[in-house]
Design a protein. Structure first.
Length: 95
């Protein structure tokens, strides 16, 4: 299935299912729709902030050239990874 077709299918799914939204955000990032991906990550963070979401938000903001905002999101990801002793997450952060 093409990325754009997958995007269309996911956009038809219920907006209250985080797994669908997470996949849609990743797909939009792949398609270069960084602002749309950013909006989805922010909505997901509002519901349940996690280190992984902040990491993804930081990556998208970096792609948008929003380096200060990207740095803030990545620092927040680092804090959350450290709080939960998630060293694999920290490894992803520092790659």
């Amino acid at each position: 299935m093409q990325y754009r077709q997958a995007e269309e299918c996911l956009e038809k799914e219920p907006q209250d299912i985080p797994a669908y939204q997470l996949t849609l955000a990743a797909l939009k990032k792949t398609l270069g729709k960084y602002s749309e991906a950013e909006a989805i990550y922010l909505a997901l963070i509002e519901k349940e902030p996690t280190a992984d979401l902040y990491l993804k938000l930081g990556e998208v903001r970096q792609s948008l050239g929003q380096y200060k905002k990207a740095e803030e999101a990545l620092y927040r990801a680092e804090e959350l990874y450290k709080e939960k002793d998630e060293f694999k997450g920290l490894e992803r952060l520092y790659r």
